[in-house]
Design a protein around this ligand. Structure first.
Ligand SMILES: NC(=O)C1=CN([C@@H]2O[C@H](COP(=O)(O)OP(=O)(O)OC[C@H]3O[C@@H](n4cnc5c(N)ncnc54)[C@H](O)[C@@H]3O)[C@@H](O)[C@H]2O)C=CC1
Ligand SMILES: N[C@@H](CC=O)C(=O)O
Ligand code: NA
Length: 448
């Protein structure tokens, strides 16, 4: 479309969409646009048609017919095409063709819809500014918590309410893994393989299991919540790759579940953004969000707490969110991509984690020698760390690869509220005393 005055083309003629990336999400989007074409036309008063596509391989069978679309080898050429009114980027990756094609589309005056949280975590502030400068839209509902309309809720649904804290389960792959490890006792690797087969995981699944995908999403949410620039590099990140069946079992015995949470809040020193495995009480609402489901809780000064839950990953759920952005664009929605103009965003001032206070789950492999437990308790006392419980679990030996089975026993400490720095200092002393083998497992406890 040569001119982009209205930004969404002529209201009567079909809205022409170009899609780069025909994988799990891209193929699902084509399926939805085909199957629901008439319903969409009724809802919108105009048809939405795919006119151009791009992917690495033209011949791969994706279960959808792409023969009627113009093929582009290069996503950038597609993004610049005169034959589209809207560019949809579903390639992935924080740079490369995803960044090049989205930038090209925006610079050309073509609005963009993307599901690419890695791209937005790294370049989102700049891309939002470019969209504003070029008077076009940048939609990314699918990028955070898949099928849950959390971006729209934050951008348009809370009026003047100020968000004080946002937290939640934001990675479907990890939630699926932790749920099946707990419910079925299945091993980590097998659960990850199943998540990949189901199309939940990133093309590089370390983004999922090491927490980076959650960090990307949290950084985007924090920007919308606190009107700050996106700062994914400021997020403290720990993944779930060290979570063992022993941790899940002991947590369950103590009335907890382990969830990978992303949490951000405004504190005196700035914005605290953290992603880590967390013990949550089984009785809490967030503990009930299992499998591939995500949940995002928004604490505001007006509405106590909103909890939005739904599918966080999977082609269809994600494509549904992409479609919601397409429909918003077609209706001429004009909201700054990050809720407020980029020029009004504050820089994100990182609040250090060492000031964090909370309860801790600590699993140690204590040597089977006299005085080991006493020494551990003494070091905790010296650190002014009050212990809620000390649990010995000889039944959970060899709870971690590389830790000798003989001569050690699994000991779990649950602390009361304490400073993170005190816990870490005490664990360093315990390690230096030589009464433990392997790395302690430290999991924060959150009371919701
Ligand atoms: N799978 C899911 O449940 C969700 C995925 N997302 C995001 O959606 C995006 C797509 O994800 P998936 O569909 O799962 O990935 P995928 O790996 O299944 O598909 C990626 C597609 O991009 C194409 N591609 C890669 N490099 C290309 C290049 N240089 N030129 C042209 N095409 C290229 C591939 O051929 C493939 O068709 C990613 O940014 C992902 O983070 C967001 C929410 C959920
Ligand atoms: N790999 C991601 C896909 C959705 O964002 C996840 O598992 O949540
Ligand atoms: Na979403």
């Amino acid at each position: 479309m040569a001119s982009h005055e209205s930004g969404n083309g002529d209201d009567r003629r079909p809205l022409r969409v170009g899609i780069s990336g025909l994988g799990t999400v891209g193929a699902a989007l084509i399926r939805i646009l085909t199957e629901d074409g008439e319903a969409i036309a009724r809802k919108l008063g105009r048809r939405v048609v795919v006119t151009a596509v791009s992917a690495r391989s033209r011949s791969r069978d994706r279960g959808v017919d792409i023969s009627g679309f113009t093929w582009f080898d290069d996503p950038v050429a597609l993004a610049k095409s005169e034959d589209i009114d809207l560019y949809v980027e579903l390639i992935g990756g924080e740079d490369g063709p995803a960044l090049a094609s989205v930038t090209a589309a925006l610079e050309r005056g073509t609005s963009v819809v993307t599901a690419n949280k890695a791209l937005l975590a790294r370049h989102g502030t700049a891309l939002a500014g470019l969209a504003e400068k070029c008077h076009v839209q940048l939609g990314f509902e699918a990028a955070v918590a898949g099928g849950i309309p959390v971006i729209k809720t934050l951008r348009e649904g809370l009026g003047s309410a100020a968000i004080t804290r946002v937290y939640g389960i934001m990675n479907g792959t990890c939630n699926y893994i932790l749920t099946r490890m707990g419910n079925e006792g299945i091993g980590f690797e097998e659960c990850l393989r199943d998540a990949q087969d189901l199309g939940y995981a990133e093309s590089d699944p370390t983004f999922d299991i090491e927490g980076f995908d959650t960090a990307h999403k949290l950084a985007i949410l924090a920007s919308l919540c606190f009107e700050t620039e996106i700062a994914a590099d400021q997020v403290m990140v720990e993944g779930i790759s060290r979570i063992t069946q022993a941790d899940i079992k002991v947590a369950a015995d103590l009335g907890y579940k382990i969830k990978l949470l992303g949490m951000a809040r405004k504190v005196e020193d700035g914005i605290e953004q953290r992603v880590h495995p967390t013990l949550v009480r089984k009785s809490s609402a967030i503990a009930g969000v299992d499998g591939v489901l995500n949940a995002v809780a928004l604490e505001t000064n007006h509405v106590q707490e909103l909890l939005l839950a739904g599918p966080g990953a999977g082609g269809e759920a994600t494509a549904a969110s992409v479609l919601s952005d397409i429909l918003d664009f077609a209706r001429g929605g004009h909201v700054p991509p990050l809720g407020v103009p980029v020029a009004e965003l504050d820089p994100c001032q990182r609040a250090p984690m060492r000031i964090h206070e909370g309860g801790y789950y600590i699993r140690l492999n204590a040597k089977d020698v006299p005085g080991a437990l006493a020494a551990i308790a003494t070091r905790m006392g010296e650190g002014n760390i009050s212990l809620e419980s000390v649990i010995q679990r000889p039944d959970l030996r060899a709870s971690e690869p590389g830790v000798p089975e003989e001569n050690s026993r699994t000991v779990v400490l649950i602390t009361h509220e304490t400073l993170e720095s005190a816990v870490r200092d005490a664990l360093e002393r315990i390690a230096r005393d030589g009464f433990i083998v392997g790395q302690p497992q430290l999991i924060r406890i959150e009371e919701f």
